[in-house]
Design a protein around this ligand. Structure first.
Ligand SMILES: Nc1ncnc2c1ncn2[C@@H]1O[C@H](COP(=O)(O)OP(=O)(O)OP(=O)(O)O)[C@@H](O)[C@H]1O
Ligand SMILES: [Mg+2]
Length: 241
């Protein structure tokens, strides 16, 4: 009986992203390095999943391939049921624009745009009208504690402030999957807590969060921790199990 109940529950778990023997090889023969090595993993909704591992273990490369931002060497990435490594790769930009919020390790803010414009322009690309985009962008920036920095360009913001603009931009428009590459690295303890709470809040049966982190402060909040070493997933820990 218990097993049957569990199966029924499992069937309802929404998989947002799936990789199948995903690999990335850099260089030309004979000097080649495999930086992501046959990674098969599912990222599910309703969970905060952490990806942890040493510097150079392939975390950023894996995330970028998951988002279709770096070409794969072999294997597959299925994003919301679409194989973006096959013929349907043409759909990747639209899927990314509408369903994915990506927080880059180096923020990738538009330097010529203010904080407000950085967030609003992404919402415009998602199809929001200007007035709505700007109102929502303001709200998103206020949520990360930047209500007083709306009209600053990145050069006039601290590292932690830029990181929070990047987070607001990724959360705006309610994408189904948030992927973050060290999103709390530049934040002090208190701001880090606010952002962690914010990232936890967006999780629902239809939405999930995947974060690369070295930050031990995030660990207690995780539903699942994937550990990567030399491009391989070496552990997959369910924190409720
Ligand atoms: N464009 C590239 N060409 C060649 N090698 C690369 C390229 N990008 C990354 N690498 C190599 O791939 C390996 C993994 O890099 P990656 O950035 O994915 O690591 P990471 O786990 O994110 O590290 P960190 O924690 O320092 O951010 C590194 O050894 C790096 O030198
Ligand atoms: Mg990295």
């Amino acid at each position: 009986m218990a097993a049957a109940t569990m199966q029924a529950t499992d069937a309802r778990v929404t998989t947002l992203l799936r990789t199948e023997r995903l690999s990335k090889v850099y260089g030309e023969p004979p000097i080649q390095t495999t930086v992501v090595n046959k990674v098969s993993v599912e990222i599910r909704a309703n969970a905060l999943t952490l990806l942890m591992g040493p510097s150079g273990s392939g975390k950023t490369t894996l995330l970028m391939m998951m988002a279709g931002l770096v070409d794969v060497s072999s294997g597959q990435v299925e994003l919301f049921g679409t194989d973006i490594t096959g013929p349907e790769i043409v759909k990747a930009p639209a899927i990314r624009r509408h369903e994915l919020g990506f927080i880059f390790q180096n923020y990738n803010l538009f330097l010529a745009l203010t904080a407000l414009e950085n967030v609003a322009e992404v919402l415009r690309l998602k199809g929001f009208r200007a007035k709505v985009a700007y109102a929502q962008a303001k709200e998103a920036l206020e949520a990360v504690g930047l209500g007083h920095r709306l009209n600053h360009r990145p050069a006039k913001l601290s590292g932690g402030e830029q990181q929070r603009v990047a987070i607001a931009r990724a959360l705006a428009g309610d994408p189904a999957l948030i992927i973050g590459d060290e999103p709390t690295a530049a934040l002090d303890t208190k701001t880090g807590q606010t952002i962690t709470a914010l990232l936890k809040e967006v999780i629902s049966p239809k939405r999930g969060v995947l974060l690369v982190t070295h930050d031990p402060r995030l660990e207690p909040h995780a539903d699942r921790i994937l550990r990567i070493e030399d491009g391989r997933i070496i552990a997959d820990e369910d924190r409720h199990g």
